[in-house]
Design a binder for this molecule. Structure first.
Ligand SMILES: Cc1cc2nc3c(=O)[nH]c(=O)nc-3n(C[C@H](O)[C@H](O)[C@H](O)COP(=O)(O)OP(=O)(O)OC[C@H]3O[C@@H](n4cnc5c(N)ncnc54)[C@H](O)[C@@H]3O)c2cc1C
Length: 404
C-alpha cells in the first residue's frame, strides 16, 4: 500500500524546502529549465557560459550551507542526515519548482561506506563543494551488460598497481580529475572474484582520453586507454579481488528518480503550452485541436502519471526498509521507453519543423529541444542496464520464470 499523505513533520519540511527554493534558486535558471534535455542539453537554453556558471555557483553554495547537496550523508561529511522520506520530499519539491539538480558523484557514497579515513577526508569535502569531476571506468569494448567479464589489468608492483587496457563510454572523462573503476587483479579466479575497485588520478602518466561523438553532436563520452599507469595501492577500496561486491553495494540512499518523473510532467506541460498559441493568436486552429495530437499527448500524460506512481512504489519500499529489486527494473524500463515515446510525439506534432536542429534558427521550435530530446533519449534504454537486461530481471526475479 502506498500512503500519499504527509505527516505533520513531513508537511513542515516540505514548506521549509519550498521557502528555501523560492529564496535561493535563481529565477533565470528556473525559467531556462524549459529547454533542459538532460545529457548536456542544458547548453541549449538562453542562459549560458559564464552567466550560467555564476548562477549555478550561488545555488550550489546555498545548498552546501544546508547540507542538501548530499542530503543522505551524515553531517560530518557535509550532508544533512535526511531520512529516505525527507530526501524524497526534497527531490519532489526541487522538481516541481524546476530547481537545477546539483549532486555529488555516486562514488562518494561508496567511499563513505567502504573507504579509508584518509580517502574520506581527502575526497568527500571536495565532492560536496563540486570542486572535482569524477568519471566511472566500468564498461569496456567487450564488457557492458556482462560487466564481470572485464579485462583491463591491474598488476601489483611494489606499492603500486600498474594498469593496462581500455575503458569505453566513459562519460565526462575528458573533464574528470579522478576515475573510480573496476580492474582485473586475478585473471585466473572466477570472473566476479578477480576484480578490484580502484580510485585513480586522470592526470597519471600513461592515460589517453579520446572523445567519442554522439548522435546529438555532443562529445561527453570517451574511450580511455591505460598504458603502464601507476596507481598507489592504497587507492583500493575494499579488499583486493573483492571489488565487484564494493561496486555492487546496495546503498540505502534515495534512488526513486521522483525528480525525473515530475520533471517529465513539467516537460509535457511545456509541450502543450508550445502547441497552444496558434489558437490564442486567433488562427482558429491549434495543433492541439487535431484529434490524433490530442490523443497522443493524453497518452503521454497518462504514462507520465504512471511513471510517477512507479517512483512512489520504489520510495515506499525504501521507506519501509525493503530493497527494491525487479520493481526498480520495471520503473527503469517504463520511464526510459516513455521518454523515447515523448520525443516521438513531440517531433511529430511539430510537423517538418520538428526535425530542425539549429538552435538559434527562428524556424526551430523551442531552440531544438525536441529534436535533441528525440536523439538523446535513444541512449536511455542502454545506459544503466539495457531494457533487455532489465526485462530479464523482471522475468526471473519478478515473475519467477526460469533462466533462458
Ligand atoms: C548515456 C550512457 C552513459 C554511460 N556512461 C558510462 C560511464 O560513465 N561509464 C561506464 O563504464 N559505462 C557507461 N556507459 C556504458 C553502459 O554501461 C553500457 O553501454 C551498457 O552496460 C550496455 O553495454 P554495451 O554497450 O557493451 O552493450 P552490450 O552489453 O554489448 O549489449 C548489446 C545488445 O545485446 C543485448 N544483451 C546483452 N546481454 C543480454 C542478455 N543477457 N539478454 C538479452 N539481451 C542482452 C543488450 O540489451 C543490447 O541490446 C554509458 C552508456 C550510456 C548509454
Amino acid at each position: 500500500m502506498v500512503d500519499f499523505t504527509d505527516t505533520e513533520e513531513q508537511a513542515a519540511f516540505r514548506t521549509e524546502v519550498r521557502e528555501f527554493v523560492a529564496r535561493e534558486h535563481p529565477q533565470a535558471l528556473a525559467d531556462d529549465a524549459i529547454y533542459s534535455v538532460g545529457l548536456g542539453g542544458d547548453q541549449i537554453g538562453a542562459v549560458r557560459g559564464e552567466e550560467r556558471r555564476k548562477l549555478s555557483r550561488s545555488w550550489r553554495e546555498a545548498l552546501v550551507e544546508k547540507g542538501w547537496i548530499a542530503p543522505a550523508w551524515p553531517k560530518e561529511y557535509g550532508g544533512a542526515d535526511l531520512s529516505v522520506m525527507e530526501q524524497f520530499i526534497l527531490n519532489e519539491v526541487f522538481a516541481e519548482m524546476r530547481a537545477t539538480p546539483q549532486r555529488v558523484p555516486d562514488v562518494g557514497s561508496t567511499i563513505m561506506v567502504h573507504g579509508s579515513d584518509e580517502m574520506k577526508s581527502k575526497f568527500l569535502p571536495a565532492m560536496v563543494k563540486g570542486q572535482e569531476v569524477w568519471c566511472q571506468g566500468y564498461s569496456e569494448p567487450g564488457s557492458g551488460s556482462d560487466l564481470a567479464s572485464l579485462q583491463t589489468r591491474a598488476v601489483r608492483d611494489g606499492d603500486d598497481y600498474v594498469l593496462n587496457g581500455q575503458k569505453i563510454w566513459t562519460s565526462g572523462a575528458h573533464q574528470a580529475k579522478w576515475m573510480f573503476g573496476l580492474f582485473r587483479t586475478d585473471p585466473d579466479a572466477p570472473k566476479h572474484r578477480g576484480i578490484s575497485y580502484l580510485l585513480l588520478s586522470m592526470e597519471a602518466p600513461g592515460i589517453t582520453v579520446r572523445p567519442l561523438s554522439q548522435i546529438t553532436d555532443a562529445k561527453s563520452f570517451n574511450e580511455v586507454f591505460f598504458e603502464d599507469v601507476h596507481v598507489p595501492a592504497r587507492n583500493i577500496i575494499g579488499e583486493e579481488n573483492r571489488g565487484w561486491y564494493v561496486g555492487a553495494t546496495h546503498l540505502d540512499f534515495e534512488r526513486s528518480s521522483i525528480g525525473s518523473a515530475i520533471g517529465i510532467q513539467n516537460t509535457l506541460d511545456d509541450l502543450r503550452d508550445y502547441l497552444l498559441p496558434e489558437e490564442e493568436a486567433g488562427s482558429g486552429r491549434s495543433r492541439l485541436s487535431e484529434p490524433s495530437v490530442r490523443a497522443a499527448l493524453a497518452d503521454r500524460y497518462i504514462e507520465a502519471e504512471t511513471a510517477k506512481l512507479f517512483s512512489y512504489r520504489v520510495i515506499s519500499m525504501q521507506n519501509r526498509g525493503d530493497i527494491p529489486n525487479y520493481e526498480a527494473s520495471v520503473q527503469k524500463v517504463f520511464t526510459s521507453e516513455m521518454k523515447q515515446r515523448i520525443g516521438n510525439t513531440a517531433v511529430k506534432t511539430q510537423g517538418l519543423w520538428g526535425q530542425l536542429y539549429g538552435r538559434e534558427d527562428d524556424f526551430t521550435p523551442m531552440r531544438s529541444k525536441w529534436s535533441q530530446w528525440y536523439l538523446a533519449t535513444i541512449s536511455e534504454t542502454i545506459g544503466a542496464g539495457t531494457s533487455e537486461v532489465q526485462r530479464n530481471v523482471i522475468a526471473t526475479r519478478g515473475l519467477g520464470l526460469p533462466r533462458g
